[in-house]
Design a protein around this ligand. Structure first.
Ligand code: NAP
Length: 289
């Protein structure tokens, strides 16, 4: 990569941000597309968010990704926000328009991308485990996919009630959600077309944990898809047991790749080199990145 007088900057803001895989993935894609751009991680403390945005405008930054703790805080500072981002209540991708900064949430489309390749989802029943930040993108996706029944399973009744309420009108992607206490998960598995794990159960370093045990997996129809949005380890114990049972599985790597690809397409107007982005992450996981 040669930095020239014309090289333009883009990146990801967060605090902390050193762990981010986005520079690895995006710089490989930028090189593939032959763009004179560099993507870097910007550590921005919460109190500096507005100053950073003004500075980004002054240096004509192409655009940026947003991660914890800025995903909600950035929303009032933007000129325009997509319905997906409004539904999720968080922005993860920002780009320039003549009017100002525009934001969206590419996790919704990133999550949906591998599902859309499998089958149609209209009229299906989905079970979503957890009601945290990423569950919000998953629910918005369920609404866009046309799921008929969506059950949200969580351990904290108050948080779950608040979560379900936040998807009522005027949410632009309003959807009726059925709250299920974690203790009643087993009674709700029969007839599920899709089960999504949005909890960190099973994530490194707790690799011996799974949100569903084998007996619970056995209750799912043979056609069910089990989707774990965790990407370390690959596969999680949940997906290993689901695959052993003969169920179709998806892990979180593709969501990570696809949300990045959609962001890159917003910034560049070009088709993203998805295979190159996926390989950049696989190389990183293999310790070659
Ligand atoms: P979050 O906002 O903290 O939400 C986590 C949810 O899981 C909360 O509802 C939490 O419940 C629940 N939970 C945690 N431990 C639990 C347990 N032992 N039993 C039952 N419920 C439990 O986290 P997040 O940002 O949504 O991220 C969750 C996972 O998704 C992480 O593993 C992350 O790596 C992954 N992720 C992947 C992608 C991707 O691109 N593939 C994107 C985003 C996130 P309480 O509120 O009761 O604690």
């Amino acid at each position: 990569m040669t930095i020239t007088g014309k090289t333009r900057l883009l990146g990801v803001i967060g605090d902390p941000i050193k762990h981010s895989l986005s520079p690895t993935m995006h710089n490989r894609a930028i090189a593939q597309l032959g763009l004179d751009w560099v993507y870097v991680a910007f550590p921005i403390a919460p109190e500096n968010l507005e100053t950073a945005l003004n500075g980004f405008a002054a240096i004509d930054l192409v655009g940026f990704n947003v991660t914890i703790p800025h995903k909600q805080a950035i929303m009032p500072l933007l000129t325009e926000i997509s319905d997906q981002a409004k539904a999720v209540g968080a922005v993860n991708t920002v780009w320039r328009s003549p009017q100002g900064w525009r934001g969206t949430n590419t996790d919704v489309d990133g999550f949906m991308a591998p599902l859309k390749l499998m089958r149609g989802w209209s009229g299906t029943t989905a079970i979503v485990l957890g009601c945290g930040g990423s569950a919000r993108a998953v629910i918005a996706a369920c609404r866009l996919l046309g799921c008929k029944s969506v059950k949200v399973v969580a351990r904290n009744a108050d948080k779950l009630a608040e979560f379900c309420k936040s998807f009522q009108a005027p949410n632009p992607l309003a959807i009726a959600l059925e709250p299920i206490p974690w203790s009643e998960l087993s009674e709700n598995l029969t007839g599920a077309d899709l089960v999504v794990n949005t909890t960190p159960i099973g994530m490194h370093p707790n690799e011996n944990a799974a949100p569903l045990n084998e007996a619970q997996l056995a209750q799912l129809p043979e056609s069910a898809v089990v989707y774990d949005i965790i990407y370390t380890p690959r596969p999680t114990l949940l997906l290993k047991h689901a695959a052993d049972r003969g169920l179709k599985t998806l892990d979180g790597l593709e969501m990570l790749v696809q949300q990045g690809a959609i962001a890159l397409e917003k910034w560049s107007g070009k088709s993203a080199p998805v295979d190159v982005m996926r390989q950049a992450l696989l190389d990183w996981f293999d310790g070659k990145g």
